[in-house]
Design a protein around this ligand. Structure first.
Ligand SMILES: Nc1ncnc2c1ncn2[C@@H]1O[C@H](COP(=O)(O)OP(=O)(O)O)[C@@H](O)[C@H]1O
Ligand SMILES: NC(=O)c1ccc[n+]([C@@H]2O[C@H](COP(=O)(O)O)[C@@H](O)[C@H]2O)c1
Length: 204
């Protein structure tokens, strides 16, 4: 059995979930673990002096729980898939090598969590400019919804801070320009991953 862990990180609304889903659809026996399903309950998220909930920091997330899910996959991907309602498929008619299991870890702060940096084999980071990010963010409704001024008062400054911290500690990132089309982004990353899967297969 061969295992490959891919990270799809990046800015809020950069297209992470969209890209992760397309990869999952094309890679047989892959699975997505998404960071935004590990937010703590709203009552546990800190609030600053302006009343802004501090959602864009690692403390707002149950990272131990997310790591434990990843470790369960690492121990036994076949049982993991079965217990998550996903039947193992044959790779015969696909471009995925036989007996290859791929985990896609997706989220806006995955590279700010050190344990992930040690286990993610291929680290992609999507970024888009401020104005596009703000426009996409404003057309999306979170639970709880962003209060007025939240993007400029919390989301963007925290993005800059988290990104700097990440760039100071992580060296093997592949930056992706998120203003490309969904199809362009998918083919760049998919081709790269296919090469990595072939490399792993060739090393046997
Ligand atoms: N390459 C793209 N070009 C234009 N819009 C995109 C692209 N990728 C995603 N989107 C749109 O941007 C918004 C955020 O995408 P999503 O994948 O949910 O981002 P993220 O998971 O990074 O927050 C959605 O409305 C989505 O349809
Ligand atoms: N419980 C939630 O899912 C929740 C609540 C409030 C804000 N958010 C926002 O989610 C963002 C991260 O997710 P995306 O990368 O999908 O946008 C953060 O910028 C955070 O402000 C999520």
């Amino acid at each position: 059995m061969r295992k490959l862990i891919i990270g799809i990180g990046g800015i809020t609304n950069g297209g992470k979930s969209t890209l992760a889903r397309s990869l999952h659809e094309h890679i047989v026996n892959s699975y997505i673990i998404a960071q935004d399903t590990f937010f703590k309950d709203d009552s546990l998220v800190a609030v600053d002096s302006r009343g802004f909930k501090q959602y864009d920091v690692l403390d707002a997330l149950n990272m131990d729980k997310m790591m434990s899910e990843v470790q369960t996959w690492q121990k036994d991907p076949v049982s993991f898939l079965a217990s998550h309602g996903q039947r193992t498929q044959s790779s015969r008619v696909s471009e995925t090598p036989e007996d290859m299991y791929v985990l896609i870890i997706e989220g806006f702060l995955i590279y700010n969590y050190r344990p992930f940096n040690e286990i993610i084999d291929k680290k992609y980071f999507l970024h888009i400019p401020y104005d596009i990010c703000k426009a996409r963010r404003c057309s999306r409704t979170y639970n709880p919804p962003d209060p007025s001024g939240y993007f400029d008062g919390h989301v963007w400054p925290m993005y800059l801070k988290n990104r700097k911290e990440m760039e100071d500690t992580v060296s093997d990132l592949v930056f992706l320009d998120g203003i490309q089309t969904r199809d362009q982004l998918f083919s760049i990353v998919y081709e790269d991953i296919k090469m990595e899967m072939q490399r792993l297969t060739g090393n046997d």
